[in-house]
Structures are given as structure tokens and as C-alpha cells.
Design a protein around this ligand. Structure first.
Ligand code: NAP
Length: 265
């Protein structure tokens, strides 16, 4: 079972000083899980924020992701070493395959390469992102190991039940990206009603909805006050009826991104 903080700090699309400031002040205010990716072009800036925070490395949980071009080349060890070099770290906590890219059929080989990096001590846990049930099952069948994490797009308007069920069945922790629906879901009346009743903010209600279902959200805000507000959501508990009310905002799986065809390199 993976040991991981309850809430992560997202860094996309921040770059340069904005990313460094966000990471440094986020860690200073209490965030311990930092999420970046090679393709965000901000690993150097994120690493600077980690160093400037002064928090001991072992108190932090740092995630980055394998970009598509490295999945295709198959040089997984080179990719992780380059990410470590940019971040200024000797070891990652979590390394994810960023997208499955099924057309290229390289994700099982990439996962094998990541397992070898884990066994060599370059990373504590390896996982995937944007995988559907069939991609997960293939990885497990062909490598004999389940990813520690599957990071998927999820918010109350995209509940992603089919892939979450597969994650649960295979012992894969669900992390959610765009957990606030990039802000869009915060104005839903059901969210506002619960926020008013619990005397908290709409963003806190939505983050508590993720937590109530055992999901670790990776939320991003450029605003230090909002980052603090989001962090405080880990103390908010939703009643099952409130979780159900938010689940009714679901627009269905067809509203999710099409990972069978979406490609990023
Ligand atoms: N694995 C993947 O493929 C993948 C894809 C996309 C993203 N991600 C990761 O997931 C992270 C989060 O996703 P995201 O950035 O797309 O979306 P998000 O966290 O759902 O939403 C961010 C938006 O919500 C606003 N916001 C944040 N806190 C708020 C609050 N308390 N009240 C009101 N508005 C608030 C932010 O505005 P302000 O900045 O103005 O506060 C920003 O516009 C990314 O940063 C990245 O690390 C992963």
C-alpha cells in the first residue's frame, strides 16, 4: 500500500519564477506532495522551489511523469535521470507514464523500464496516468505488477466510475487531476448549497468529495490564499448524502478526454 499525502499541489501550467514561488510557498504552508511532469517544462523551476523551501527532502513526496517522446524511444532510465537532474533530486517518490498512447503500443515496455528504475532505487513507486481499465489490465497481465497510482481527470461532473472501479479492484490508488474541474464545477448549485451549510468554500466541498471516496486530488492555484484554503479541505468531512448529491452532477464517461486518441509527446 502506497503511503502518500492526502492532497497534492499541481504545477501545470506554471513555469519559471511562478512555478518556483508556488512550490516554495505551497511547501511552506504545508503541502507535502508536489506534482510535475517532464512535458510541463517546469521541473527546474519546481526543483528550485523545493530547495528554497528548506523542508527536508524525506518529508516531501515528489511526482513527475514520463513524456511521450521518452515512452516512444524506450530510454526510460535516461528519462528519469534527466528529470532527476532538472529537479535537483537523487530520487523520485512517484514516476508516472503520462498518457497511454495506445496507437504506439509502448506503454507495457515503458512500465517494465520504470519497474527496473524502481528496483535500481531511482524512484520509490511507479504508476500511470490517463489509463483506462483495459490498459491497466494489460500492464498487470504482462508485467505481474499493478501500478501504484493511476492519475486521471476527475471532478464531480466527471466521476469516472468505470476506471475507478478497476483501480480499486487492482489495488491502484486513484489520483485526480483537474479535481476542481479547472474551476468550472465550483459554481454548481449543489456545491454551493453544501458549502453554505458546512460553512466552507465550494473548492473545499469539491476537494472533500474526492477525499470521501479515497481519491487523492492534485489541485492547483496560483493564489497563496486559495492554496491554503484548499489545504484546509483535508479536515472537512462530507456526509454520504452529500457525496451522492455531488455524484449526480456527472456528465458521463463520454465527457472525459479520449485517451485512445489523445497524444502528447
Ligand atoms: N496527468 C495529467 O494528464 C494531468 C493533466 C492536467 C493536469 N494535471 C495536474 O493536475 C493539476 C491540477 O489540475 P488543473 O490545474 O488542470 O485544474 P484544477 O486544480 O482543477 O483547477 C485549477 C483552477 O481552479 C482555480 N482554483 C484553485 N483553487 C481554487 C479555489 N480555492 N477557489 C476558486 N478557484 C480555485 C485556479 O485558479 P487560480 O490559480 O486563479 O486560483 C485554476 O484556474 C495540474 O496543475 C497538474 O499538476 C495532470
Amino acid at each position: 500500500m502506497i503511503a502518500i499525502p492526502l492532497l497534492g499541489l499541481g504545477t501545470w501550467p506554471l513555469t519559471g519564477a511562478d512555478a518556483t514561488d508556488s512550490v516554495r510557498s505551497g511547501i511552506e504552508s504545508g503541502y507535502r506532495l508536489i506534482d510535475t511532469a517532464a512535458i510541463y517544462d517546469n521541473e527546474v523551476a519546481v526543483g528550485a522551489g523545493i530547495a528554497e523551501s528548506g523542508v527536508p527532502r524525506d518529508d516531501l513526496f515528489v511526482t513527475t511523469k514520463l513524456r511521450g517522446s521518452d515512452q516512444v524511444s524506450g530510454d526510460i532510465r535516461g528519462a528519469i535521470e534527466r528529470s532527476l537532474d532538472r529537479l535537483g533530486l537523487e530520487r523520485l517518490d512517484l514516476f508516472l507514464i503520462h498518457w497511454p498512447l495506445p496507437r504506439l503500443d509502448r506503454y507495457v515496455a515503458a512500465f517494465e523500464g520504470m519497474l527496473a528504475c524502481r528496483d535500481a532505487g531511482l524512484v520509490r513507486y511507479v504508476g500511470v496516468s490517463n489509463f483506462l481499465e483495459k490498459h491497466l489490465r494489460r500492464v498487470v497481465a504482462e508485467t505481474g505488477e499493478a501500478p501504484a497510482v493511476n492519475q486521471i481527470q476527475m471532478d464531480p461532473s466527471l466521476t469516472r466510475l468505470p476506471v475507478r472501479r478497476a483501480n480499486d479492484e487492482l489495488g491502484v490508488l486513484t489520483q485526480s487531476w483537474s479535481p476542481l474541474g479547472r474551476g468550472d464545477v465550483l459554481s454548481a448549485p449543489a456545491v454551493g448549497e453544501i458549502a453554505q451549510r458546512l460553512d466552507c468554500t465550494p473548492a473545499q466541498v469539491v476537494l472533500a468529495w474526492h477525499r470521501a471516496q479515497g481519491v487523492v486530488p492534485i489541485a492547483r492555484s496560483a493564489d497563496p490564499v486559495r492554496r491554503q484554503e484548499n489545504l484546509a479541505a483535508v479536515d472537512i468531512r462530507l456526509a454520504p448524502a452529500d457525496v451522492d448529491a455531488l455524484n449526480r452532477l456527472d456528465r458521463g464517461e463520454s465527457a472525459a478526454r479520449d485517451v485512445e486518441t489523445e497524444e502528447h509527446f
